[in-house]
Each structure stands twice: as structure tokens, then as C-alpha cells.
Design a protein around this ligand. Structure first.
Ligand code: SF4
Length: 365
């Protein structure tokens, strides 16, 4: 491994400055109030590729419904996906659930305490293992996510590189992260570096004037970040079909939902509105338009109200379909887009997160 030597005085200064800043400036986030390895694990998985603002409410709902690893292990996959609905990247939820079941079945519900052992569990990679071990158990091991990599590259004056040079750069970043890690407070130090990257040393417009690492930073804002890959655009249209059901009151209405087949690579098992055969929707039939981003694709979505009799003609069938009482829909494993459309159409009876914590998801079949 390439090794970049950091001066002892610089190491001491970086640790002192960064931790002092973190102690004063850290955001008040629910997972920071816990040293429970399970809680840290859930938060770290949720935070991968998802913004903190989106995660906070979902995390609290998830932990209310599944307060322990064993309670998560005992849930059905549909229940777990329902609580994950809207966070995207649903594979994370499936892996978390499977790993919880593995730990419950093979380790009496106790997560290992070291990063080396944690890495052996299904669904826990280097990053998550290091985060749990350092934050929950004080293991002196660095955690390097995208934010930390950016901060350390700027600190050292290294420019972001293309894929070909990524491995070499990563080795150098890991070396620096290992050297500057505070051995007395490794969990706080790791979180401080991630926090700095998220709040002060962001991808654009780093706030170098208030940065605790400014005295040791070579670039101080002059660092070039790689351009983001261009987003693709796609158009898609869905049918919103609602009929009168057999139950009384608000629940006396049902919405037609379709479960994405297990063979789908994206969001298998999740529930969505039926897809219209034609992406174009006549203006007079248009119920709403929604913009929805998934990974590198911007979806421009049209929603058309469809009567029950017209469903076979206007929609294509991809998976099994069910008429679901609206009272049950909010607790199901809906895709984020479907939840968004039903909410905007005022078809979810209460705030989605509220109902998710109150009821277990129900399989409508
Ligand atoms: S001084 Fe500026 S560029 Fe350097 S780490 Fe701080 S915010 Fe980032």
C-alpha cells in the first residue's frame, strides 16, 4: 500500500481541532443518542446513498417498529420493505433483514464486536463493519465514505480521478484516514469527519473560513470535484384505479395495486400502480404529473384515472394484482413513487409514517 506520512504535530492538531468542532457543532440526530450496535447498523445502512433529512423520520419509524435485532429478524420481508418505502435502494432493506435473521439464528441475536468479525456477516461490508465497531465499541478503525474521501483528498491536495486511478487514490486516502484517526475517540472522530464532509466541506462551495481543518488543508476550496454523471430522462405513465369496496367509511374504497415480480432486478416484491400501455395521456384524462428520481434516472410520470372496466385494455400486466382497501395501502411495501402519488391524491388515510409504526404491513391476498 502507498503510504503518505502525516507529521505528528499535524495529526495532533487535526484530532484536537476536529473533535472540538464536532463537540460544539454536530447535528442533533437520533442515532447519535445511541451506542447500541443494532441502532448504529440500521442508521448506517439507511444513510448509504440517502440524505440525512430523508432518513431521520424513517429511522425513527423503523426503530419504533423494530426496536431490537430480534424483532427485525422475526418480521416478514413485506413488513420490512413497507418501513423502507420511500428510502429507495430496497436491496439494502432485504440484506439488513437477512443479516438480522442470520444473527438471530446463529449468534443468539448478538452482533459481533470487532470489524473483522462483522465483515463476515452477510450484507455487512468494510464501511458498515468499521462504523459499527468504532462507534459502538471504540475500535480504532477508520470509516471512509464518499464525504470522508472528499475531505481527505482536499486536505492533501489530491484531485478526484477517473475510474482507472480510483484504487490507487483509495489506498492513499485509507492510509491518511488510518494515521489521523484519534485512538482515544475513534467513533466520534469518524463521525466528525463524515459530519464535516456533509456540512462544511460539501461537494460544491466548501466553507473553508469556518473549517476546523483549514490550517492543515492544502487546497482550501480549490479542489476540483469530478463532474456528476448526467441524469437520464424517462417518461412513464400509471393507471390510478379506485373502486367502491365492501368495508364501511373511508375504507369503503379500494385501489388497484400490482406487485413487481421477484424476477425484476429493480424493486422486486414492491407494490405499484399498474403501468399504462401508452406513455402519452390525453390532457382531459391526466390526473397529475410527478417528477421522481431513481438513481441516475429522472422519471417524468403521468397518472391517469382509469375505470375498472377499462383496466385490461389500457394497462399492461407485469405481476399479480390486487384491489387493496385504502386503509391497508399505507402499511404495504409500496414503491416510493406509488406512495407519493397516493399521498398527493389524498388516498392514504393518515400520514404514511404514522400508520407504518402503528400497523404491521398486511399482505392483501
Ligand atoms: S479547508 Fe475547505 S477544502 Fe479544506 S477541508 Fe476544510 S472546507 Fe474542505
Amino acid at each position: 500500500m502507498l503510504r503518505i506520512e502525516i507529521e505528528p504535530e499535524a495529526k495532533t492538531r487535526i484530532r484536537r481541532q476536529l473533535l472540538a468542532w464536532y463537540d460544539l457543532s454536530q447535528r442533533n440526530l437520533p442515532w447519535r443518542r445511541s451506542r447500541d450496535p443494532y441502532a448504529i447498523w440500521v442508521s448506517e445502512i439507511m444513510l448509504q446513498q440517502t440524505r440525512v433529512a430523508v432518513v431521520v423520520d424513517r429511522y425513527q419509524a423503523f426503530m419504533t417498529r423494530f426496536p431490537t435485532l430480534v424483532s427485525l429478524a422475526l418480521a416478514t420481508e413485506q413488513e420490512v420493505l413497507a418501513l423502507w418505502s420511500g428510502l429507495g435502494y430496497y436491496r439494502r432493506a432485504r440484506m439488513l433483514h437477512k443479516a438480522a435473521q442470520f444473527v438471530a439464528a446463529n449468534r443468539e441475536g448478538n452482533l459481533p464486536t470487532t470489524a473483522d468479525e462483522l465483515r463476515l456477516l452477510p450484507g455487512i461490508g468494510n464501511y458498515t463493519a468499521a462504523a459499527i465497531a468504532s462507534i459502538a465499541h471504540g475500535e480504532p478503525i477508520p470509516v471512509v465514505d464518499g464525504n470522508v474521501e472528499r475531505v481527505l483528498c482536499r486536505l492533501q491536495g489530491w484531485e478526484a480521478v477517473g475510474r482507472s486511478g480510483a484504487a490507487a487514490l483509495r489506498h492513499k486516502v485509507d492510509s491518511v484516514a488510518t494515521q489521523i484517526l484519534d485512538p482515544k475517540r475513534p467513533g466520534d472522530f469518524n463521525q466528525a469527519l463524515m459530519e464535516l464532509g456533509a456540512t462544511v466541506c460539501g461537494p460544491r462551495n466548501p466553507q473553508c473560513l469556518v473549517c476546523p481543518l483549514s490550517p492543515d488543508c492544502i487546497t482550501r476550496g480549490e479542489h476540483k470535484t469530478q463532474a456528476r454523471p448526467r441524469m437520464l430522462s424517462k417518461e412513464i405513465s400509471y393507471a390510478l384505479a379506485v373502486r367502491t369496496g365492501k368495508l364501511p367509511g373511508f375504507t369503503n374504497r379500494e385501489v388497484l395495486l400490482e406487485q413487481r415480480p421477484d424476477s425484476n432486478t429493480v424493486m422486486p416484491g414492491m407494490w405499484q400502480l399498474p403501468v399504462l400501455r401508452e406513455a402519452a395521456v390525453p390532457e382531459s384524462e391526466l390526473r397529475m404529473t410527478v417528477r421522481h428520481a431513481i438513481m441516475q434516472v429522472n422519471y417524468y410520470v403521468r397518472i391517469r384515472t382509469v375505470f375498472e372496466d377499462d383496466i385490461p385494455v389500457l394497462t399492461t400486466t407485469e405481476g399479480r394484482r390486487c384491489w387493496v382497501p385504502l386503509i391497508n395501502a399505507a402499511g404495504m411495501a409500496l414503491t416510493g413513487l406509488t406512495r407519493k402519488v397516493l399521498s398527493r391524491a389524498h388516498l392514504l388515510p393518515v400520514a404514511p409514517l404514522e400508520i407504518l409504526t402503528l400497523q404491521a404491513a398486511q399482505d392483501p391476498s
